[in-house]
Design a protein around this ligand. Structure first.
Ligand code: MTE
Length: 312
């Protein structure tokens, strides 16, 4: 069941979130009109969502709206951290269709609204660890991916799920350069995809996703490095065989299929033992990285018997 929007704890407590709070207060009078424009760091299509509290949220202080929406990786809009914020502002995500394919009973083309409408949108504050050894805490909004996938009735040959980002170099200028083998693709085992922590994400901070964060829908798998969180998804395919994923294709000895956060397995070019929390200040100490990004209790059993040094 959906509930009306409430003021969330992070909107009251976090001083660094003043931009978001100001936007929220400014929007309160407009909420009845439906759509709300945000100042400064949003884009025109960002609007308030009706959400319910979800499970698994961390108590850690979320990063500011500004951190979350201006420090991004989204190579389709450039390789600099601020490029997605700068160059994705005019990216149009309505209408948006997602193609469902492969080992399931209900393949087809589904409109974004039809995918989302039957589900309650949950607020979930997750730790977010990039393979580049920085991290944030992000208040996402989404649907458990498993609840969405079950609607397509995957069959017993569906061992993996493959995801694909939009390929359209006219709308995504970064795709005009061969920095990756476009389109961006990612994959999960069916068990990972069905795990209740895995979130098909449609929003952040109680609002729909800004373009730079992967509008209108992207994955968030909080125990994995951030690159598994594929953005602006247009295709979901149930497969028998393990799909290749973009970063593994690009640099196989540096990025694997699993990409579980693991402080004991260094990247060939840097240590993964510690991480820099974005927004903590220039002189802040790096903090230790936790096994499975702190979600070991929930997910370690998925990997029993697997050598996580080889299967990085
Ligand atoms: N998805 C696509 N399509 N293109 C990308 O370049 N970058 C990944 C991931 N998803 C990326 C992507 C990486 S490296 C990270 S760390 C996260 O998105 C960053 O998500 P954020 O910008 O919302 O923090």
């Amino acid at each position: 069941m959906k509930q009306p929007n409430r003021i969330k704890s992070w909107e009251i407590t976090s001083e660094s979130n003043f931009i978001n709070r100001r936007a929220f207060l400014a929007s309160a009078g407009l909420a009845a009109a439906g759509a709300t424009l945000l100042p400064a760091t949003g884009n025109a299509a960002v609007r308030e969502l009706e959400t319910v509290p979800g499970p698994y949220s961390t108590d850690e202080e979320p990063n500011s709206w500004e951190d979350v929406t201006t420090y991004n990786n989204f190579y389709e809009f450039g390789t600099g951290k601020e490029d997605p914020y700068r160059y994705a502002q005019d990216f149009v995500t309505e209408p948006w269709t997602v193609r469902i394919e492969g080992e399931c009973e209900k393949p087809g083309d589904y409109a974004f609204e039809d995918l989302v409408a039957p589900h309650a949108l949950e607020d979930r504050v997750y730790r977010h660890r990039c393979v580049e050894a920085w991290s944030m805490v992000v208040p996402w909004v989404g649907i458990p991916l498993g609840d969405l996938l079950k609607r397509f009735e995957p069959n017993s040959d569906a061992k993996y799920v493959r995801f694909e980002t939009l390929y359209d170099p006219r709308r995504m200028p970064g795709q005009r350069r061969a920095v990756l083998d476009w389109p961006y693709v990612e994959g999960l085992t069916i068990e990972e995809a069905m795990h209740p922590l895995t979130l098909m994400t449609v929003g952040v901070y109680g609002k729909s996703l800004p373009n730079q964060n992967g509008a209108p829908l992207r994955l968030v798998i909080p125990w994995k490095y951030g690159f598994k969180g594929i953005k602006s998804i247009v295709k979901i395919e149930f497969t028998k065989r393990q799909p290749r994923n973009s970063w593994n294709v690009s640099a196989p000895h540096e990025y694997g299929f699993y990409a579980n956060v693991n402080p004991e397995v260094d990247h060939p070019r840097w240590s993964q033992a510690r991480e820099r929390r974005i927004g903590a200040g220039l002189f802040a100490e790096k903090q230790p990285t936790l096994m499975f990004n702190g979600y070991a209790e929930e997910v370690a059993s998925l990997y029993s018997g697997l050598d996580l040094r080889k299967n990085y």
